[in-house]
Design a protein around this ligand. Structure first.
Ligand code: GLN
Length: 199
């Protein structure tokens, strides 16, 4: 970790567990996975360690974050299966699409809930935390392209905050119409944390 990336939180383990359960039960022997806003690379690298035949596309808008993610992938010996792409969210036509699974831990803290900058208690980039006025600015953008980037069957997993999970699930219903099922999962503390979209 460096000050260029979000420090992974225990809550994100739940997202990894859901992705693994889906991909291990699936028929796809060599699944394609997208990690949107990869930051330190924690999701792509962990899933790559667990799924030896999977290949990955990991995006981030921060070149410095991608350097950290590349370094972590190399340390874990999985760099050869992760394609790192410098871009914003999930552009249309990304190499590797459509994906069997899309995972995202995008910034979802409401701007008003963030400590005023500069926050002396945090070395994390604001860009990795600030989700705009309602915490959903980045996820709204992801939902513009996720439906066409997700395979059938496919699973989209998004980490959110206890106040944003339900509004995010409502946005999913609009973006995917009736062709997907949406479920909100709780974290180990019992807070609504992960929005899972399956089709
Ligand atoms: N869970 C983090 C926090 O509350 C936020 C992570 C994020 O915005 N993706 O600090």
């Amino acid at each position: 970790m460096t000050p260029d990336v979000l420090v992974p939180r225990p809550e994100t383990e739940g997202l990894v567990d859901l992705a693994l359960a889906f991909l291990r039960a699936g028929a796809e022997a060599s699944p394609r996975i997208a990690d949107v806003g990869t930051g330190s690379g924690v999701l792509a690298v962990t899933l790559a360690c667990e799924l030896a035949a999977a290949s990955f596309t990991a995006t981030d808008i921060s070149p410095a974050a991608l350097d950290v993610a590349r370094h972590n992938a190399a340390l874990a010996n999985v760099a050869g299966r992760i394609d790192f792409v410098l871009c914003d969210i999930l552009p249309f036509g990304l190499p590797g699409a459509p994906f069997d699974c899309i995972v995202a831990n995008l910034p979802y803290v409401r701007t008003a809930d963030l400590a005023p900058a500069p926050d002396p208690t945090s070395f994390e980039p604001r860009q990795a935390l600030d989700g705009g006025p309602d915490g959903l600015v980045a996820y709204r953008r992801l939902l513009e392209t996720a439906p066409s980037s997700l395979a059938r069957p496919g699973l989209l997993l998004m980490e959110a905050g206890p106040d944003t999970a339900e509004p995010l699930a409502n946005l999913v219903t609009l973006a995917f119409s009736a062709e997907a099922t949406v479920k909100i999962d709780r974290d180990y503390a019992g807070h609504e944390r992960i929005v899972a979209v399956r089709r």
